[in-house]
Write a protein that binds this ligand. Structure first.
Ligand code: FES
Length: 139
């Protein structure tokens, strides 16, 4: 595993990811994270998206998941929690370039454990282990 990290780069139209301090500067906002074809999770703007997805899974709100949500290092280093942001704004913390290239990131791919939703988000799971068991919907 590499510990290479990178800063956020420009994102596709309609998706804004920005590096920002971890300390909250305003009251956390409640947001909805929609996982394409799987269900939705509620979150605050100050928690990692992966944490919100795990909680929603535990409460049975992601019924469309083909199998348990894969979770690894929880710090942007292993790449198992890859997602593609389809819509919404998020704050990004460092993530491994070994698992998300600059080109991937420009296409909206990020690591769920490295982002904080700043608005309602729509995303698609892109983990290789999920793709092997069942195809997820595509646009
Ligand atoms: S859990 Fe390892 S990169 Fe997200």
């Amino acid at each position: 595993m590499s510990d290479e990290t990178a800063s956020p780069s420009p994102s596709p139209t309609g998706i804004r990811g920005a590096a920002a301090p971890l300390a909250p500067s305003v009251e956390p906002r409640r947001v909805t994270i929609t996982v394409e074809g799987c269900g939705s999770a509620t979150a605050t703007s100050e928690e990692r998206v992966l944490v919100a997805l795990e909680r929603a899974q535990g409460f049975g709100r992601l019924k469309g998941l083909p199998r348990k949500l894969p979770v690894g290092c929880r710090r942007g280093g292993c790449g198992i929690c890859r997602v593609r942001i389809l819509d919404g704004e998020f704050r990004l913390t460092p993530m491994s370039r070994a698992h998300v290239s600059a080109a991937d990131e420009a296409g909206g791919v990020v690591l769920a454990c490295a982002i904080y939703a700043q608005s309602d988000l729509t995303l698609r799971l892109e983990t290789p282990s999920l793709g092997k068991t069942r195809s997820l919907p595509t646009n």
